[in-house]
Design a protein around this ligand. Structure first.
Ligand SMILES: [Zn+2]
Length: 231
């Protein structure tokens, strides 16, 4: 009997949700969740197709990437996930996909500008794009460096103000209070990226959404005086 069965089940379900929402092709994509009290992270195993994935396949690692439980190798992106958990103590889940529109912006190496309230409801401003990685970093500890690059983008910004990022030439990472919420943000990011692409196609010269609307939408949902939804 696994000590981490509930954690593994949540991570399994969040990974399957990525497949249900059509955000992954073959084995691209992975979701993890941390148990802060136990100091462990549960994550999808590497290279296992979604249709074959089972709860018991989910791998549990510690924050230094050592396997604590599981017979399979963890996702090759595990070090990026653990880097984010070690640095940001206010996140509980991380998702990585290569979803089409978000990845297109990453490949174009452009921040996703805030063009409308759909984005402003969840992100305060633009969704940042991490620069193309240097050769030194690529040849070093690549997945660890991917985490470091993401963190560098948020030096002056709370990661919850944009629970999503794109990495140039690669693809998006999203996070949230748990695995399910990080998947939710991955789904939102794909929709926002699609809308932004279509908007810029229709009107390449369109500017960013005016700050008053960004403030109104972001703060009514996320500010300390938030009033959106049910109490
Ligand atoms: Zn990737």
């Amino acid at each position: 009997m696994s000590k981490f069965l509930e954690l593994k089940r949540e991570v399994f379900e969040a990974n399957m949700e990525l497949d249900t929402r059509k955000l992954v092709t073959y084995t691209f994509g992975n979701v993890s969740q941390i148990d802060r009290a136990a100091g462990v992270v549960a994550i999808k195993p590497s290279g296992v197709p979604y249709e074959a994935l089972k709860v018991e396949d989910i791998v549990v690692v510690d924050l230094e990437n050592n396997i604590v439980e599981g017979k399979l190798n963890p996702s090759s992106d595990t070090k990026t996930h653990t880097y984010l958990y070690r640095t940001w103590d206010n996140i509980g889940g991380v998702t990585h996909t290569h979803s089409t529109y978000a990845t297109a912006w990453a490949q174009a190496q452009i921040d996703i500008p805030c063009l409308g309230t759909t984005q402003a409801d969840y992100v305060y401003g633009a969704i940042p794009c991490a620069p193309v990685m240097s050769n030194e970093r690529i040849q070093g500890d690549y997945e660890e460096e991917t985490g470091a690059q993401i963190v560098e983008l948020f030096q002056d910004r709370d990661p919850n103000e944009s629970p999503m990022v794109i990495v140039a030439g690669h693809a998006p990472f999203t996070w949230g209070k748990d695995a399910a919420k990080s998947v939710y943000h991955a789904v939102l990011l794909e929709e926002i990226a699609k809308m932004a692409y279509l908007t810029k196609t229709l009107s390449p010269q369109i500017g960013d959404l005016k700050q008053e609307l960004v403030d109104k939408h972001y703060l009514r949902k996320n500010g300390k005086n938030a009033y959106y939804g049910q109490k």
